[in-house]
Design a protein around this ligand. Structure first.
Ligand SMILES: [Zn+2]
Ligand SMILES: [Zn+2]
Length: 354
């Protein structure tokens, strides 16, 4: 039996402590989360798992938060023609999949990548081969995560921009023997919008999902990245905005949230200012959109957030955990402070890490 409403969560920074992040998720009413298992902007992978992992899993359990998704490093590109880059990418993705059970994560999400000025068809073949190789090397057991490929907005010689591309990737992977239950897909609403889908209209969303179902199967859609967009439809740009406050708007995002076919999968917001109080605001906005309620206008400073420490992963095992709430994360510049608990007004975000 499907639940009566979907799990709704946010991408949360772990730089201030892993248990603290779960407590924050519980405070803001998130029922699912996404995290980085490591610094998303470097090739370097931590030597040992963070020491807080058992406490993190216990806290998730205690608060009933899940599923947990790990967002793989941004650097990963499995679709390009540079062999060394592809090999490093595959190694990083393999590390993310191997790390997932420790985080209690059932999903590892990765971008479909860029064919680097070759061709979409070649990029798709390389991506499928790489996915097949990585999944062969990663143990498939009861606690292992599914790999999900996230649709692209279409900038920078992207593959995976349309349902057609995604279906070709699914077919190519199947031909290489990748089992369906190990490879799924993630729909990022801002990326679909950037790729040209009319995500602001209920009828267009229905058509998009019907088409996805016919060509790939909605059962393979395992994650939604619920983001509004600052960019124009079809612009191929990827600029996330607070929910219901961007160019897509509440009607489209609310319609997607209410689709009964998507009840079983988590909706994760990757919106600005997660570290300065907008995590709570965007979870509340998602819940209001789900219920079809009107949204409160956001203050002008909400639209001036230029970066976020939410990229921070957990501190390395060999680094003392920060005690102070505003302790510097491994990625952040320490210039932004975490907002406090529920009801705290978001602070104006200063310049943070890129
Ligand atoms: Zn996304
Ligand atoms: Zn994006």
């Amino acid at each position: 039996m499907l639940p009566t409403e979907p799990r709704i969560g946010v991408h949360l920074p772990l730089g201030g402590g892993m248990v603290r992040a779960v407590e924050r998720a519980a405070e803001i009413g998130a029922t699912a989360i996404q995290v980085f298992a490591d610094n998303p902007a470097t090739w370097h992978r931590r030597a040992a798992p963070p020491r807080e992992l058992p406490a993190f899993r216990a806290a998730l359990d205690h608060h009933g938060i899940g599923p947990v998704a790990i967002h793989a490093a941004y650097l990963v590109n499995l679709a390009g023609d540079d062999h060394e880059f592809a090999a490093r990418s595959a190694a990083v993705l393999e590390a993310e999949l191997n790390a997932a059970p420790g985080y209690g994560a059932s999903i590892v999400n990765v971008h479909t990548g860029s064919h680097r000025e070759t061709s979409v068809a070649d990029g798709i073949q390389r991506l499928a081969r790489s996915v097949a190789d990585v999944l062969r090397r990663v143990e498939d057991g009861p606690g292992s995560a599914i790999l999900v490929l996230e649709n692209s907005a279409g900038g920078g010689w992207a593959v995976g921009t349309s349902t057609t591309d995604l279906a070709r990737i699914a077919d190519a992977a199947a031909r290489l023997g990748v089992p369906e239950q190990r490879l799924g897909f993630c729909l990022d609403t801002a990326h679909a919008w950037g790729a040209g889908v009319h995500m602001h209209r209920a009828d267009a969303i229905d058509r998009f999902l019907d088409d996805f179902d016919r060509r790939i199967g909605l059962g393979r859609l395992r994650l939604v990245h619920l983001n509004d967009s600052k960019a124009g439809r079809g612009s191929h740009q990827d600029r996330h905005e607070h929910l219901g406050a961007g160019r897509i708007g509440a009607a489209g995002l609310g319609h997607l949230l209410r689709d009964p076919r998507l009840r079983g999968i988590p909706f994760i917001a990757e919106t600005p200012g997660m570290d300065v109080g907008y995590d709570a605001i965007n979870v509340a906005r998602a819940r209001a959109m789900l219920a079809g309620l009107p949204l409160e206008p956001l203050p002008p400073e909400a639209f001036e957030i230029t970066g976020s420490r939410s990229r921070a992963a957990a501190p390395d095992a060999d680094v003392e955990l920060p005690i102070a709430e505003d302790a510097r994360g491994p990625v952040g510049d320490g210039a932004t402070k975490r907002a406090g608990g529920r009801g705290t007004r978001p602070m104006a975000a200063r310049r943070a890490a890129p």
